[in-house]
Design a protein around this ligand. Structure first.
Ligand code: HAM
Length: 429
């Protein structure tokens, strides 16, 4: 085994897979632009306080999953971003984006870092794509981001996804509910596990999220947040559901859905894939009107967004046979050198082809013609262009169509003209 392995929870993406990633990314770019979202790229690290304030100090992410470090002994602690939303909001506030236009629709694709126990579908370095709609607080805005997310999944061909949705109400609703939950759980205190005991103190809503079967039983009798919502919060939630129904987006209301980040209010949602094991959440999000204030803004920036896990999307696609047809394009032309001494000429020709925008391969290892042809077929090159002594003297080249085996003799100019058509993208499906 080589001495150095990738860090636990991080993985390499080799070309075959890279082509699949690119395909998903292309779909994300295309669908995001249909909805008028523009791409934002924020730094991979931020000051640690941003996440402590933004995500919430009692959450698992901030409590035990962040990769934080001091850049120098007297410096401020820095953290590798465990999610994008706080960074995007920080960027918007820093640039006073909302003073230039009341609404900003941003999307992103990028790497995140969480110190979780690695397992299938759960890594320490992973990627998300997502979108944030800043400046509008309305059921329409939430419906917009859910619809965008579902359209990406649908465009990728994913099947069997389940959208669960809940309302977390506003601050007052949650305050009343938190008190009710505390009173409910108190008599069960001795039966709670350590993490639930801690949550009872700091953030009782998170107990609803417990995966422990014994806790789940206790949770089953707990009061429902829905019953503590004000009439206007109920109306808000119902409007979101109305939009989803109008658009034919199926959902299940899940009264226990609270999500693992503290910034949400009103609608929160999660999408699960039946193809994934224990880590079945493929995406999630919600409204987060309070985040801007948490980050010190003097004005409210109401917002809603979602993020989906790239690895989990790709795992689901793989299980559903949606990746089989996605392979990187082979070269258009393979320049075959018939004799070693013609190598320089071959290189010159390959360079001409590449300059003309034609994907071209050439052997750099001085291998036999047979080996070069094998390579050309393995790479699924469309054409082989032969470089022999006759070609060099006459300036006429033998070009072979590797699909039909037809051959013709052409000048280099004619080869360039022929192979430049049609322009092809990166991937074939
Ligand atoms: P999240 O639910 O923490 O939300 O993450 C979104 C998605 O990222 C998850 O559904 C999952 O697919 C993927 N994911 C999370 N952790 C891992 C991991 N360790 N390994 C692989 N995939 C993972 C957020 O991050 C929010 N910022 C979403 C949001 C955007 N809310 C509002 N706007």
């Amino acid at each position: 085994m080589p001495q150095y392995q990738a860090v636990k929870g991080a993985r390499d993406i080799f070309p075959e897979e890279s082509a699949q990633w690119k395909y998903v990314e292309e779909v994300v770019h295309t669908v995001a632009s249909l909805y008028g979202f523009s791409e934002i790229r924020v730094p991979v690290f931020e000051y640690t306080e941003l996440f402590q304030r933004g995500i919430g100090s009692t959450t698992d992410i901030v409590g035990k999953e962040m990769f934080s470090f001091l850049p120098d002994p007297n410096g401020r602690s820095i953290t590798l971003r465990p999610e994008m939303t706080a960074g995007v909001m920080r960027a918007a506030l820093q640039k006073s984006l909302l003073s230039t236009a009341p609404l900003h629709k941003l999307y992103y694709i990028g790497e995140l870092f969480r110190k979780e126990r690695p397992q299938a579908g759960r890594q320490r370095q992973f990627s998300q794509f997502g979108a944030e709609l800043l400046g509008v607080s309305s059921p329409a805005a939430v419906a917009e981001v859910i619809t965008l997310m579902m359209q990406v999944f649908q465009s990728l061909g994913l099947r069997g996804l389940k959208l669960r949705i809940n309302s977390l109400g506003d601050k007052d609703d949650r305050h009343r509910y938190r008190e009710a939950l505390k009173s409910y759980f108190l008599p069960f205190q001795e039966m709670l596990d350590d993490s639930s005991k801690e949550r009872l103190e700091k953030n009782p809503l998170r107990i609803l999220d417990s995966k422990n079967p014994a806790i789940k039983e206790i949770v089953a009798g707990a009061p429902r947040l829905y019953d503590y919502l004000s009439p206007s919060s109920v109306e808000d939630f119902e409007k979101v559901l109305f939009y989803l129904a109008e658009r034919g987006i199926a959902y299940d209301i899940d009264h226990l859905l609270v999500r693992g980040l503290d910034y949400y209010c009103h609608t929160a949602f999660e999408v699960t894939s039946s193809e994934l094991g224990a880590q079945d959440a493929i995406g999630g999000g919600g409204r987060y009107d309070g985040l801007s204030r948490e980050l010190g803004s003097s004005t409210d920036v109401p917002a809603a967004g979602f993020a989906a896990g790239m690895e989990r999307v790709l795992l689901t696609m793989e299980k559903q046979g949606l990746l089989a047809a996605l392979t990187p394009h082979g070269p258009v032309a393979y320049v075959v050198i018939q004799q070693q001494e013609l190598e320089d000429h071959g290189m010159q020709v390959a360079w001409r082809l590449r300059k003309a925008g034609i994907r071209t391969e050439i052997d750099l290892a001085g291998r036999s013609m047979k080996a070069q042809m094998r390579d050309a077929n393995r790479m699924r090159a469309a054409w082989a262009l032969f470089i022999g002594a006759a070609e060099v003297t006459t300036g006429l080249y033998t070009l072979k169509n590797l699909v039909t085996s037809e051959q013709s003799t052409l000048s280099l100019e004619a080869v360039l003209e022929l192979l430049q058509e049609p322009a092809s993208g990166e991937l074939q499906k």
